[in-house]
Design a protein around this ligand. Structure first.
Ligand code: NAD
Length: 308
């Protein structure tokens, strides 16, 4: 059946302004409606949502407005024969820039100076502490849209970039590719390790005490992927004991990060509130992707970013 309606579930409001998102579908040749939890669906409906709902399985096609669709039960979608798509492919610039911002700050202490600024303190760090990114090695784990964007930007800053991916196929800007089974070798010589892989059974807890031990003591961990990739307790221990030098984290095991987390208080840690893709044009990027998939759906072409 072809689509008659595109339902924008109110949970999109978690990430983007609802009204602007509706407007971004101006001129689409199906009806566009903002819907809440009392809605019912049939196969002529498409749904775009931030959160999953069981009733979405009655629709014809469901789009997760996030790249990480781990909250959606892909098996249930397969079983119901309902297409599920995600929003990967659009976060390269936004999350790539955030990762570069983290690295620049960690290297040049912007976060430390800002902390001291609050105290009106003219801070003088140890001579050895600040460094340039140029010439430092970055290991990017997961070379999809975000990982590749981080690699390109780091390369442009003169960094040496290596990466971890499941296929050996080369990636521009990445001088050496390691297999996921060689993760500890891949990170051993890196000054920065950036996580950009999805949360899957395979990646869950991939950064554990052994991996942190394998990292240099002057290395920094960057997580712009998903919290569960990191065993947070081991990370906190490594940060407190100086096994690694610091971290910049956009994602956490529990979000929002609980006020009791020691991560808030560590000077060598930058905490950001899972806003890696948050910019003033995020709704437009998602809408463009969804519009293209509406077009494809109507003419029977395969959908972009189909994950179930
Ligand atoms: P993507 O699908 O383009 O890239 C993910 C890459 O990881 C793929 O190339 C995949 O092959 C690879 N991969 C999977 N398992 C791996 C493993 N075990 N080892 C190494 N590589 C592995 O997705 P993307 O748009 O680059 O996003 C990546 C992840 O980042 C998302 O799944 C999401 O969880 C997260 N994300 C976070 C934010 C944020 O706001 N911080 C925003 C968007 C996405």
């Amino acid at each position: 059946a072809s689509l008659e309606r595109l339902c924008l579930h109110e949970s999109v409001g978690t990430k983007i302004p609802q009204a602007a998102f509706v407007d971004a579908f101006d001129g689409l040749d199906v009806r566009v409606e903002l819907v809440g939890d009392e809605e019912s669906y049939d196969p002529t409906d498409a749904v775009a949502s931030f959160e999953p709902r069981p009733e979405f399985l009655e629709a014809g096609w469901v789009h997760c407005i996030r790249a990480g669709y781990d909250a959606f039960d892909t098996d249930a979608y397969e079983a119901a024969g309902v297409a599920l798509t995600n929003s990967s492919g659009i976060h390269g610039e936004t999350v790539g820039e955030l990762a570069v911002g983290y690295m620049l700050s960690l290297a040049r202490l912007l976060h430390v100076y800002r902390d001291r600024q609050r105290e009106r303190e003219w801070h003088d760090p140890a001579y050895e502490r600040p460094f340039t990114l140029s010439g430092e090695r970055l290991c990017v784990v997961g070379l999809g849209t975000i990982g590749t964007a981080i690699a390109e930007r780091a390369d442009a800053l003169g960094m040496e970039v290596v990466g971890v991916r499941r296929s050996e196929e080369s990636v521009p800007s990445v001088s050496r590719i390691y297999d996921p089974s060689a993760l500890e070798d891949a990170v051993a010589d890196a000054r920065f390790v950036a996580l950009a892989a999805p949360h899957t059974p395979e990646t869950e807890g991939m950064v554990d005490a052994e991996m942190l031990d394998a990292m240099r003591t002057d290395a920094y961990l960057i997580n712009v992927a998903r919290g569960p990739l990191v065993d947070e307790e081991s990370l906190i221990e490594a940060l407190e004991e100086g096994t690694i030098a610091g971290a910049a984290l956009d994602v956490f095991e529990t979000e929002p990060l609980p006020p009791s987390s020691p991560l808030w208080d560590l000077e060598n840690v930058i905490v950001t509130p899972h806003r890696g893709s948050a910019t003033n044009r995020y709704h437009l990027d998602i809408a463009e992707l969804v519009r293209e998939n509406v077009r494809r759906y109507q003419v029977g072409e395969s959908l972009l970013n189909r994950v179930a």
